[in-house]
Design a binder for this molecule. Structure first.
Ligand SMILES: C[S@@+](CC[C@H](N)C(=O)[O-])C[C@H]1O[C@@H](n2cnc3c(N)ncnc32)[C@H](O)[C@@H]1O
Length: 296
């Protein structure tokens, strides 16, 4: 019977030949997933025998990985803000850059609750997560606000125009026990009948159509609709920015993830809004423009 060490040796060679940039890491993560153990267990017991069924499942995963499929789809899970999100081809795999959108939203909710006295019976803080995908933003925000005992003070609406993505978001909300605290809507951008919102959060598609073909192979397994932002990548974001005067409360805040080359573009879109608006763009850990804060 093949051992852990045998399987890893062969899989690393297979993935290296297929051009993987992280063959050992990928092989270890996938084998640990098939065996239902931590990666440290592989290191501790390289001599452990692997059963036929697990061998077959691992071989299939390695072949799919060699064909470019993302590890997160093969494992069916991806971490976001320390929470495990179910992932599959219905939605984009949550990215670490997007965690900042949630952190800014959480701080904004806390500021509103702490710095502004709220009379008993005050309406909840209204939050929209536009293009929720797997639900990473809406669900993790709800989980973090629950920890801070602030969840009852907010009303979070998670929106996507793709019903498959919304189903996955609902599953993740159930998985994190916040489904009773979230509402879901299938709509283009957001249902105007639900406006106004105090917070509009969005990680919408922002890749220029012409750049899609050059994306790394694993990204091409993700839904094109979640990536393609039109000619300059700002088609969908631009439509959302254009309705902000209509959908944000007077003291509302929009937090939008953007592409690294879109700082000027988003600034132009905000400058074209009627009235006085400000747009500040935060850089991510790589020093790239990433998160736009837009408010009156
Ligand atoms: C980049 S993905 C982000 C998913 C998730 N928010 C995240 O950060 O992982 C963009 C999402 O926006 C959705 N989307 C694209 N165009 C949309 C539109 N016009 N209205 C609503 N949702 C849209 C896509 O279906 C996709 O789920």
């Amino acid at each position: 019977m093949a051992t852990v060490a045998d399987l890893l040796r062969d899989a690393v060679a297979r993935l290296r030949d297929a051009g993987s940039e992280s063959p050992r890491l990928d092989a270890e993560v996938l084998l640990a997933n098939v065996l239902g153990i931590d990666r440290s267990g592989l290191v501790a017991h390289p001599e452990a025998p692997v059963g036929e069924g697990q061998f077959a499942r691992f071989s299939e995963a390695i072949e799919r990985r060699a064909a470019g499929e993302p590890v997160a789809y093969l494992r069916g899970v991806k971490e976001f803000l320390g929470l495990a999100f179910a992932t599959d081809e219905r939605a984009l795999i949550p990215r670490p850059e997007t965690e900042r959108v949630v952190q800014i939203a959480e701080a904004d909710v806390a500021r509103r609750l702490v710095s502004e006295p709220r009379p008993a019976g005050a309406p909840p803080i209204r939050i929209a997560d536009v293009g929720t995908g797997s639900g990473a933003v809406a669900v993790s925000l709800a989980v973090r606000l629950r920890v801070r005992r602030m969840l009852d003070e907010v009303d979070i609406l998670a929106i996507d125009d793709d019903p498959g993505a919304l189903d996955l978001a609902r599953e993740n909300a159930v998985g994190h026990a916040v489904a009773d605290h979230l509402r879901f809507a299938e709509a283009d951008l957001l249902p105007l009948s639900e406006a106004p919102f105090d917070l509009v959060l969005a990680n919408l598609p922002y890749i220029a159509t012409s750049a899609i073909a050059d994306l790394p192979a694993p990204v091409l397994f993700e839904p094109r609709h979640a990536l393609d932002g039109g000619e300059d990548g700002l088609d969908v974001i631009g439509r959302l920015v254009a309705i902000l005067p209509e959908v944000l409360t007077q003291r509302g805040l929009a937090v939008l993830e953007i592409g690294a080359d879109q700082e000027e573009g988003i600034g132009r879109l905000v400058a074209a809004l009627p009235g006085r608006w400000s747009c500040t763009v935060e850089r991510d850990l790589a020093g790239l423009p990433r998160t736009a804060r837009i408010e009156r």
